[in-house]
Design a protein around this ligand. Structure first.
Ligand SMILES: NC(=O)c1ccc[n+]([C@@H]2O[C@H](COP(=O)([O-])OP(=O)(O)OC[C@H]3O[C@@H](n4cnc5c(N)ncnc54)[C@H](O)[C@@H]3O)[C@@H](O)[C@H]2O)c1
Length: 279
């Protein structure tokens, strides 16, 4: 199946990045967000990112951005072959988006989710096309990181999986298939790592700078776990851990109290200007 037109729902840091790489591959993208101003902010961030990439030999920013069209309603993107959903990590919100996309889009369209942790089967159940529902999990920052986790639910068809694997490769990404279990592979590993770093901080084992330096210089990570949590968004980290904790029924995945405190106080990391570090 050929994917030429894509609608990205949710124009936050992930949705904007996904729209950018899809447009850079020559496809037409419609970008939709429920919050006023979000698509404009995403287009501005896209121009800045493409400007930096153009200096390193990437395509001219204007060529890419002209293929991204902000839309107010899903009905304005009804010619799409694929939806990539990147709204907040909340199962009820995502299920409603899937229900609406199923209603509005052509029967051939694939509905993919960029969820970090929510089982794809629960999103598929909100539609009448479970064979065309799949997880397509990108990594942050999307234009830079090469991995795409591809998650097939029980009902996902071979044709749908093949189309998404082929698209991921065409975007210059490396797809890795994972089973449809809360958190898949990536966040099953990453979230306990981040959570343990937060526990270490709360216990005063080292300060935030020290903890991140251990991971950078000792483990060779480009970013320490606390700076990475700030980049992902502390609200998103808590939402992911709640899904892992509930879905895997394991106390290891319970978010650290300090993480919840930051979120309750509106300190979401980079996107709010304050988290474990200041921005
Ligand atoms: N942040 C990361 O590093 C990262 C990495 C991989 C996957 N993800 C996943 O990507 C998704 C989005 O994360 P993000 O970091 O971009 O979040 P974000 O908070 O930056 O953006 C979410 C956007 O979705 C919009 N939105 C919310 N409900 C909507 C609806 N019903 N319809 C349309 N738009 C709606 C919001 O207005 C916001 O602009 C989440 O599922 C998250 O788990 C995040």
């Amino acid at each position: 199946m050929e994917i030429r037109r894509v609608v990205v729902i949710g124009a936050g840091q992930m949705g904007g990045g996904i729209a950018q790489v899809v447009a850079a591959s020559g496809r037409e993208v419609a970008l939709l967000d429920s919050q006023a101003g979000a698509t404009d902010r995403a287009l501005d961030a896209m121009r800045r990112s493409l400007g930096r990439l153009a200096e390193k030999g990437g395509p001219p920013a204007d060529d890419v951005v002209q293929r991204v069209r902000a839309v107010d309603r899903l009905q304005d993107a009804d010619g799409a072959d694929l939806v990539i959903e990147a709204v907040a990590e909340d199962a009820a919100v995502k299920e409603e988006v899937f229900r609406q996309a199923d209603e509005v889009l052509a029967p051939h369209a694939i509905l993919a989710s960029n969820t970090s942790s929510i089982p794809i089967a629960s999103l598929a159940a909100a539609t009448r096309r479970p064979e065309r529902v799949i997880g397509m999990h990108f990594f942050n920052p999307v234009p830079v990181l090469k991995l795409v986790e591809v998650i097939r639910a029980t009902a996902t068809s071979d044709e749908t999986a093949a189309a998404i694997v082929s698209l991921a490769r065409d975007l210059g990404k490396v797809p890795v298939e994972a089973r449809d279990v809360a958190g898949f592979v990536s966040n099953r590993i990453l979230m306990p790592f981040i959570n343990e770093a937060v526990h270490a901080l709360a216990e005063g084992i080292a300060d935030a700078e020290g903890i991140d330096t251990v991971a950078k210089l000792g483990f060779g990570h480009p970013l320490g776990p606390l700076a990475l949590a700030d980049l992902i968004g502390l609200d998103t980290c808590v939402a992911i851990m709640d899904v892992l904790h509930e879905g895997l029924d394991d106390p290891r995945f319970e978010p650290a109290a300090l993480l919840r405190e930051h979120v309750a106080a509106g300190r979401f990391g980079r996107k709010s200007g304050e988290g474990f570090f200041s921005y």
